[in-house]
Design a binder for this molecule. Sequence first.
Ligand code: SF4
Length: 720
Amino acid sequence: VDEGPVKSWHKSVCRYCGTGCGVMLGMNKDKLVRVRGDQEAHNKGVICIKGSMLDKVMKSPERLKVPKIKKNGKLVESTWEEAMELMTKKFKESLEKSGPTSIGFYGSGQLLIEESYTANKLFKAGFKSNNVDGNPRLCMASAAVGYTQTFGKDEPPGAYEDIDHAETFFLIGSNAYECHPPLWERIMLRKKANPNVKIIVVDPRKTKTADHADVYVPVLPGKDMLLLNSMCCVIAELGLLDEEFISKYVSFNDGKKGISIEEYKNFLKDYRPEKVADELGITPRQIREVAYQFASSKATMSLWTMGINQRVQGVFLNNTLNSLHLITGQICKPGATPLSLTGQSNACGGVRDTGSLAHLLPNGRLIAKEQHRNEMEELWKVPKGTIAPKPGRHALAMFDGMVTGDVETALIMCSNPAQSLPNNRYYREGMEKAFLVVAEIFEDTETAKFADILLPAALYIEKEGVYGQTERRYQIIDKLREPVGQARSDFDILVDFANRMGQGNLITYKTPTECWDEYRIISKSSKYDFSGITRERLRKERGIQWPCPTEDHPGTVRRYIKGDPFADKHIDANHKVHFYGKPDGKAVVFARPYVPGKEDVSKEKPLFLTTGRVVSQWHTGTMTYRVPELHRSAGPGRFVFHPSDAGPHGLKKGDRIEVESSRGKMEGIVDISRDHETPGVVFAAFYDQKFLVNNVVSDDHDPISKEPDYKVTAISVKKL
Ligand code: SF4
């Protein structure tokens, strides 16, 4: 439908992935009629196919417009008053009968910062419940813990700008070509302008990213800890360690205590290429080649995402990637940095930075630390001892608690766990049992089906707030039209809920702007300090990277070096780097062993299932699967085989199969790709709600980050 010409253009941010592309939105009165990339933003006008069709999601006729309450198993229309009163009654009942641990909040890396901050404050300081978690637990908890353990602070030392200076790109577990296209284009531009640039891609799947690699390393699923340790070993044995950097800025640790560099080198001896290459499925020469290139390049940049984070050894993998940079001095200089690419638009700013996970408090504080709890109690003006000392339930534990009956009542916002959780059938049992309030934009999502109260939520430019993406960059999304029907922003719902629950003295702000100002001032007492990032600046500038302690500070591109306000006073002629997250100013290289996961192939289960995304769909497809062009581009969900696996199983494209894992069985259709799959690995994306692949994905998870392993599930296949 042609909705007429553009009457006005507005600066905004794409609401999908963690690339955080700046977009220009063309409005005709209250209608979004055009979308284009913002030339002045960090993405320099480049956006992907999903972002270019943001307007089509806004036009969907299927939006949920009125609140609904489940009566006799069916959702029926209600007033807001009825819905909010029932929600209040149910939460009060649980709190009175079973206490704070019986309620929970499950949020999202797509909620605005003000929304996550409010939910976190309300539950932890208002209801004394630390059961606050969300879908970022499923996608980047391992990266967050990895940074925190290595540098003492979460969030990356470097930035996208490093792409323009790197000489070697080390992509591991990242299909940036499909999942972060504008960043991939930036890498390609760098390579085109500088023929010396080398791209190394490590991935069990031969992704479209791997097609463009100078060196493609097809390690077997679940084994890449061996590769990273082996690279460290080669670097040490070839004398490629940056001794000066190490002596000034690095300490070593075995996970329990500090160790010497000699002890670290001894640890690495178990990972000599000849010892591990067979298990990795590659040659010792490939390991040496990659290690040499990594260490000897003028500037090496590592980029990774779910292939590393969603793993039972996700934290160790992140630690060791950071270590590779530290032992080679490939860090804290232009083009040399580890940079975890985030999945969701606001997982960094909204959830990690606000501390909206079960073990966190705002700006890097930990619930388990009394000093941190006391600091937040003072800042939030609640009595000492208000915040419970025990971390709450992480994502899987929260839904497990619903299965066991320990979590009785929960609020879910902007997330679709009934489709995205691994071992899905099990956790859906919990959703069936608990009393769920779900705020959603559509009525037919998998999670909405379990709602006892379904609240119509505002979408994208129907509300305002701040997003913080991968590189510590905060950007604002302005409200450009009213919500459809009776929909309300998640922020409004939370403030209303707080008042009804008698928490009006805690949640004193009434608007996202007032909330931002409170949060911005709170950040001042931390090393995240973004108190200089005012609403006014966000509206004028194209995003600002924290730390940014004053209104005239330009923001910080690279941390821990001159220009970072917290490092500056430690920098002199002899010290160019200061890792201020650690008391001694030194980042930690951890000796992290490879520990095999439980999921491995066998005679009974001879193939690996690995899940991921495709370029034209966003996560569970709630929004993008409704856009006809994107729907056609992706096609239905399916299992994709390499011909060498399809053949022996007698499979051809379009066949129906039954896939069985340790978590259960499901049916699906077969696709075959010679170019983009590898023998032994079956790929499936998770965007199609008629193809719930997470039913068979294992929920084994990293013991530290609690992030599930979506990448390595052993399966058997039967033709139907
Ligand atoms: Fe950019 Fe990601 Fe949006 Fe695509 S989906 S336009 S890469 S932010």
